[in-house]
Design a protein around this ligand. Sequence first.
Ligand SMILES: Nc1ncnc2c1ncn2[C@@H]1O[C@H](COP(=O)(O)OP(=O)(O)OP(=O)(O)O)[C@@H](O)[C@H]1O
Length: 207
Amino acid sequence: MLSVTIEKRRNHFILNTAFDIHNEIVVLFGPSGAGKTTILNCIAGLTHPDKGKISLGERTLYQNKQQKPVPIHKRRIGYLFQDYALFPHMSVEKNIRYGMKDPLLVEQLIDITRIRPLLHQYPQQISGGEKQRVALVRALATKPEALLLDEPFSALDEKTRADCQNELKRLHDYWKIPVILVTHDKQEADILGDRILHIKDGSLHSP
Ligand SMILES: Nc1ncnc2c1ncn2[C@@H]1O[C@H](COP(=O)(O)OP(=O)(O)OP(=O)(O)O)[C@@H](O)[C@H]1O
């Protein structure tokens, strides 16, 4: 379980939120500037709350200012952004194998997502949807214990977005870990979310 309690001062409000995520896909849904990315960044360790506690399974990743936060690379959290961030000078295969923990698992992921024909291509030679699937596999190849997705499919056309959404569902059925997905797209939230958390001005609220 991913357990999150965050208090953090922002420009126009104090982000103040608490929630638990089991092995499910939870959608974080809310207007621009509501605090969604700040929450993901705190969980990933890119920034820290002013107060609060973040734990993943038995491990405490952050607890107030009493103890040193666990550094990003030791959190075992996969983070996928809108602009995929593949290494441009590496083939798809090298991108995926970078930081991988378990070669057998990577082979399975490649088959599940049907990206084997792309392995020898470079990022600039494949489409946006393909890049996003590769980025998803790369994130999972590190064997994360939780996955954070910040509008991963918003730059894609409708058909490609639907394909990627299906891919994510299939991967999650296979690999049940806590997933947080940020989206502005209500339809995507309904399709993918086991649960939807609505956030506005830094606080969770009912729709
Ligand atoms: N370094 C910072 N210091 C103070 N406030 C910040 C900082 N970075 C962002 N903010 C403010 O925090 C609020 C939340 O920003 P955040 O990026 O988390 O929102 P978001 O919900 O992800 O928005 P979007 O959907 O547009 O990406 C915004 O009002 C933003 O202006």
